[in-house]
Ligand binder design. Sequence first.
Ligand code: AMP
Length: 280
Amino acid sequence: MQTISTIKEIKEKIFAERVKNISVGFVPTMGYFHHGHLDLLKRSVSENDITVVSIFVNPIQFLQNEDLGSYPRDLTRDSMLAEKCGVDYLFTPDEDEMYPQGFNSFVEVKGYDDILCAKARPGHFKGVATIVSKLFNIVEPDKSYFGLKDYQQFRIVEKMTKELNFKTSIEPVGIARDIDGLAASSRNSYLSNEERQKAVFLHKALLECSRHVSEGQLISKNLISMMKEMIDKVPQLQLEYIHVVDRVLLRDIEKVESGKSLAILAAKIGNTRLIDNTEI
Ligand code: AMP
């Protein structure tokens, strides 16, 4: 595996590979790998001739009061894990490389920017869409892999890719969970043992939602009150939102439609913000 930190060099390397008529898989990340990231890396390695993984903690997707400064980083461990998964190129640009002095071009995907996570994190998805567009232009992948833990991000990237005619396909990868059910996240490292035990109730509520749906309860407001009640019993968990939505548009629906719906939530425990969802 080669680690490269300039745009010029990664473009040259990929160009040299491309003339061999090979397929390029791409996984954009912010690093501090857990088994969820590794699922994406392994999928790409198994489905493409070469895999490029980027690690870049993207400052423009963090709000002023968020955890940009303390976001966990461990490039040495990440490199070792990426190499083990069979990744060919690790792209690790610094901030000046991606956003040189005077940078002022941004990508916005309307329609998803006033709902769910975008409400509490205005500007976040503009930062995501901008960095993903830049990375797509640099890597020019055939297939790009995104986790369904960040469901709204996945839909935004999918829409942007279609509407801006990027050539890559967008490949969704299912949510990786720890043994206790908590969705794997780099931010889980912020949780104390006690907080972790409480955080698991978010997944438990989603599981209960799926169970109710399979037993015939399809009315969104009933499912939401049931989940809220479960979560409210854990005083440390502060729900930010909980919705039952159409899986593609991410807009509220009154009644669950089999195979087309999603229960999605965000909550805070202490200073840590967690998101989770389940397709229903
Ligand atoms: P991040 O480093 O948090 O920006 O995540 C990089 C990619 O990994 C994104 O596509 C995420 O959706 C994906 N990802 C993160 N956590 C998980 C998880 N628990 N399961 C599946 N994909 C994940």
